[in-house]
Every structure is written in C-alpha cells, then in structure tokens.
Design a binder for this molecule. Structure first.
Ligand code: PMT
Length: 400
C-alpha cells in the first residue's frame, strides 16, 4: 500500500525507541522509502547503526555534520516527505511540537513539513493523563496531526496503564490506511459550501450568523485528502483557503446560490455545510442609516434555498445537508432531509456543549433517507469530517 511513498520516521528518547526498528522494517516491507531522524537523546536508546542499516540511509540527528560541514536541510526534508511519523513521541517532543519549539532537526523538520504528520505517543500513564499532555495532544490534533493512541499495558516504570506506544504493525497500518483512503474518492467532484452569508442592510450594518467555516473547511480538506476534486463555495471567514481545491468566495445568500448552482453542474455531489441566511433585506440603503432617521424596522424577503434547489435537479447525484437545531433536532432534521430531497443530513445541536458554531469540536447524528441513524460522540471537526466522508463513501459503494 505504501509503494513509492517517502516517509520520515522521527525517533525520540523513549524506551519504546527500540520499536522504531520494527516500524522502519514494516514501512519498507509495505514499499515505502524511509529516512530516520533521531533526537540527540534517542541515540541513548537505540543505535543509529541499527536504524541506518534497516532504513538503508544514514541517520539524521544534527543540523550539520561537524566533520564535513554538510548541512541537513530541514526544509528539503519536509518537502521530500509524503508523511512524517513521530514514533515514539515523548511528552517532551509532543510539548515542543505543540508550542513551536525548534531546538533539534526533528522539530524543525516538523515545522517545515507540508505532509500529514502521525504522532505515536509513548510515556508513563500519569504523564499521558496529565492535563498538560492532554492539552498538547489536543493542540496537535487541531493542527491536523493524526494521533495514534497508545495502548494500555505494562510500562517501563513497572506500572500498568495507558501510555505504551502502539505496536509498529498498527502504526504502519494507520499510515497505509491513510494513503489508501486518499484514493477512495478519486474521480469524484464535490461541491462543499461553508461559512456564513452576510446580508447588508446599509454600507455599515448587516445580518449574519456565527458560522466560522471550521466545519465546512474541515470537510473540504477531508474530501480532498481522500482524492476528491473539491470546489469550495465559501462565505467570509477568518480561515485561509485550504490548498489543493478550487474556491469561490461569496458574501450574500444570493451570491452563494448563484455560485453553487453554477458549480453543481459539473459535480457528482454536494455537501451543504454553510449557514445561509433565510432572510435578506428587501432593499439595501446606499448611505448609512442615521440614528435620527425614522427607520425602526427592516423589511425582509426570504432567500432562495440552495440545498432545496440542488435537491430538485440532482437526479442520482449525492446531496448531503446539515441541520443546525436548538430543539426537536431529529424531527426538524428529518423534515429537512425529506423536503430538500437530501440523501443524508448531518444534525448538530446548539444544545450540545462543544457542538455547532465557532468551536473546534462537534457532535453529530447522521440521518439517511432509508431511516438509518448514526450518532457520534464529541470529536474535533476534522474527525467529524472523516465520519461524514466514510458515510459518503459507503453511499457510493452501495450505488455501484
Ligand atoms: O462554521 P462553523 O462555526 O464550524 O459551524 C458549523 C455549522 C454549525 C455552521 C454547521 O455544522 C451547520 O450546521 N451548518 C448548517 C447551518 C444551517 O444553516 O442549518 P439549517 O438547518 O438552517 O439549514 C439546513 C440546510 O439547508 C443546510 O445544509 C444549509 O446549508 C441549507 N440551506 C439553508 C438555507 C438556504 N437558504 N440555503 C441552504 O442551502
């Protein structure tokens, strides 16, 4: 599964460093080219000779070779790699990765890398459970790192609990599954709407909502990473447009409608995550409405429903909607699913702490047309996006 993939294995100073040798062998057996970066302390736990022999490349530890003066460029290493796997990752390295400390070659390479990063923690159970470590791991997750959870079992301290680095075969599997998934939506073109719409009242004021775009952008990235061609139609957000996709930036519900309908012509499906205004002012004042003016109310007209319009023309193509509710979530979501002719709808509720607008996490239930319902726990938005992408894949597999 890893044929031709270039992988950096980053080894840090943990007793589990000996397992890095098996990991390197597993990755090479799967067809990857592997280069090993070690922190200076890691050399106390496993010899560079062992890892150099297994990886068939010299081991990199320092920024430059003191004998020859040869510079080890972290930038080129970061560009070279298709994946960086830090295994074992100590609490110390995790903390440095989370805060941007760059005091060794592995850390500078991590900061320069544009590839997916896998982190396999290894530490004592109390260190793993400590709020600081939890916080640092959550930060890494929010930066897009994939954490390979440690297993429970006997630890070097003699204690038993969670903190044992996952077995090398499981780490290699996580990496190869990632690349296998990358191809799973190849050949599909998907429209994703994200963010809020803004409906101007006058040049100063507007009607909008709290959507940050985080959920829609996470979805767009997840679908892109599975090989889909993503066209993102986005309202104004503070987020950078993700790489590797076409993006159309819009402001109002009318603009989002026009862009989405235009783009949908060449799509195999649409995922409607945007929080679109249901009403917009009938007229927009061309000058700032003065406090002293007689205006006490604003006349509104309904906007056109983008999801419903796509539902009418989609035929066998896929339509995934969202429902943001505050009460009677399942009933409202079911109603929208039917009314807008969606294939599935993702329900999230503002009643759930940590779900909905602005936050990095969400808790969703996915409802299907055939009555199936899948409820998921609170997760970061990228993990929620992965659950939704799994259901999209399953939908198309069933159709084939
Ligand atoms: O952006 P974040 O801060 O990460 O927050 C994410 C989110 C809460 C915005 C997102 O998870 C979400 O729930 N998006 C849909 C919000 C919404 O407008 O829901 P709704 O129940 O009002 O609309 C139902 C569906 O119809 C949605 O798919 C919506 O995109 C679509 N719709 C609604 C109105 C309209 N005029 N056109 C539409 O396409």
């Amino acid at each position: 599964m890893l044929g031709g993939k270039k992988i950096i294995v980053g080894v840090t100073g943990s007793i589990a460093a000996y397992k890095a040798a098996i990991l390197v062998r597993e990755l090479i057996r799967e067809g990857a080219e592997v280069r090993v970066l070690m922190t200076p302390l890691a050399k106390q736990f496993i010899t560079p000779l062992t890892l150099a022999t297994l990886s068939r490349h010299p081991i990199l530890v320092e920024f430059f070779d003191p004998e020859s003066g040869q510079w080890n460029s972290h930038v080129s290493l970061g560009e070279w790699a298709d994946a960086l796997v830090v295994a074992p990752a100590t609490a110390n390295t995790i903390a440095k990765m989370a805060t941007g400390v760059a005091d060794n070659l592995l850390l500078t390479t991590y900061l320069s890398a544009r590839c997916p990063v896998f982190v396999a923690p290894a530490m004592d159970l109390d260190m793993y459970a400590h709020p600081t470590t939890r916080y640092n791991l959550d930060s890494l997750k929010s930066y897009g790192c994939r954490i390979i959870e440690p297993a429970s079992g006997e630890l070097a301290s003699g204690l038993s609990g969670k903190g044992r680095m996952e077995e090398p075969a499981a780490i290699a599997r996580a990496v190869s599954d990632y690349f296998a998934r990358r191809r799973s939506l190849q050949g599909r073109t998907l429209l994703v709407t994200a963010g809020p719409t803004i409906e101007p009242i006058d040049p100063v004021r507007y009607i909008s909502n709290h959507s940050s775009g985080k959920m829609g952008y996470a979805l767009a990235e997840e679908l892109r990473d599975r090989g889909a061609d993503v066209i993102l139609v986005t309202g104004r957000t503070a987020l950078p447009i993700p790489d590797g996709m076409q993006a159309l930036e819009v402001t109002t519900a009318d603009e989002m409608y026009a862009a989405s309908l235009h783009v949908f012509e060449r799509c195999d499906g649409a995922v409607m995550c945007a929080a679109v205004a249901d009403y917009t002012p009938v007229s927009v004042a061309d000058r700032k409405i003065k406090k002293e003016s007689e205006v006490r109310s604003i006349e509104l007209r309904p906007t056109r429903d983008i999801a419903a319009a796509i539902g009418e023309i989609k035929g066998p193509r896929l339509l995934v909607g969202f429902a943001l509710e505050t009460d009677h979530g399942l009933e409202h979501a079911e109603d929208k699913l039917e009314r807008k002719n969606m294939d599935m709808i993702v329900l999230n509720s503002l009643d759930d702490p940590g779900a909905g607008f602005g936050v990095d996490t969400n808790r969703v239930t996915i409802l299907h047309r055939d009555g199936r319902r899948n409820a998921f726990g609170l997760k970061n938005k990228r993990a929620v996006a992965s659950d939704i992408a799994d259901e999209i894949e399953a939908f198309w597999k069933k159709e084939e």
